[in-house]
Design a protein around this ligand. Structure first.
Ligand code: F6R
Length: 261
């Protein structure tokens, strides 16, 4: 696992956008994995800037979202499909239908989850997966106790996650859906490159477990320790509980010239 400590969200976004720009220039039909929430927003803004500057095109690319709330009306602004459209998909040049997400309103949720897994596999898998991390250590919506071998399925959000996400619902915890459909931990682990970003002191404990804790379903993100190519980008506040913070800084500072993220 590569741990990169950067001064702020903008510096993190710039490094991740560099990596995505390199990927799309080498492989214009790359498959991206998109997260929602606040963590990736600076990355999306930076990608939009680079797209508008003519540096990066998504015209041949495809993307798969990580998760979706169950039961929100199709036009609800916090439905993740609408969030992704607003924050990235509708601001760049993805082809129609190139961005897919799990269906949180399907009549047959298990069948829709299986179809979503098949669609990711048919696309050849995800090349680069952007991830945030919950304060309880979830990635996508794989809450504590999730099977490390899980695939796309319905999950129940913890009250901690619903409290954390109430800020997107006018502060009303009861307005945050109880259920979601989420890629599983094994689904995420199938991606070629995992890029997790976290900022702020509220993420420090989860980041400590992710990087330095024992692999456990209690901190689902720790499964990433088994991934051959996982990059964790954090600001100093999110890195504040890392025991080897100085070492991670030294490694990044002295990385070989050819080594990117
Ligand atoms: C959202 C997702 C979640 C968030 C996590 C952190 O698609 O997969 O795992 O990344 O809840 O959310 P923020 O970034 O809002 O702190």
């Amino acid at each position: 696992m590569q741990v990169v400590i950067q001064p702020d969200a903008e510096a993190i976004a710039s490094l991740v956008a560099d990596e995505i720009e390199r990927l799309l220039s080498r492989k214009p039909d790359a498959v991206l994995g998109l997260a929602t929430g606040s963590s990736p927003l600076a990355i999306y803004d930076e990608l939009v800037r680079r797209h508008e500057a003519g540096r990066v095109s998504f015209a041949g690319a495809r993307a798969f979202m990580l998760d979706e709330y169950v039961g929100l009306p199709e036009d609800h602004p916090e439905r993740y499909r609408n969030v992704i459209e607003r924050e990235i998909a509708g601001r760049v040049d993805f082809a129609p239908g190139a961005v897919q997400g799990p269906d949180g309103n399907a009549e047959d949720i298990p069948a829709a989850c299986a179809a979503y897994e098949a669609a990711i596999a048919d696309a050849g898998g995800v090349d680069l997966q952007i991830l945030g991390i919950g304060t309880d250590g979830h990635i996508a919506f794989n809450e504590p106790g999730s099977s490390l071998a899980s695939r796309t399925r319905i999950k129940t959000l913890t009250s901690q996650t619903r409290r954390d996400n109430a800020r997107f619902f006018g502060g009303d915890v009861e307005a945050v859906p109880r259920h979601c459909v989420t890629q599983g931990l094994a689904t995420i682990m199938s991606a070629h490159h995992l890029v997790l970003v976290a900022t702020g002191p509220g993420k420090a404990e989860a980041v400590h477990h992710l990087v330095e804790g024992a692999v456990s379903a209690m901190w689902p993100a720790t499964v990433m320790q088994h991934h051959p190519r996982a990059t964790v980008l954090v600001d100093p506040a999110a890195a504040s509980r890392l025991q080897l913070g100085d070492y991670y800084r030294e490694v990044f500072e002295h990385r070989p010239a050819w080594q990117k993220l």
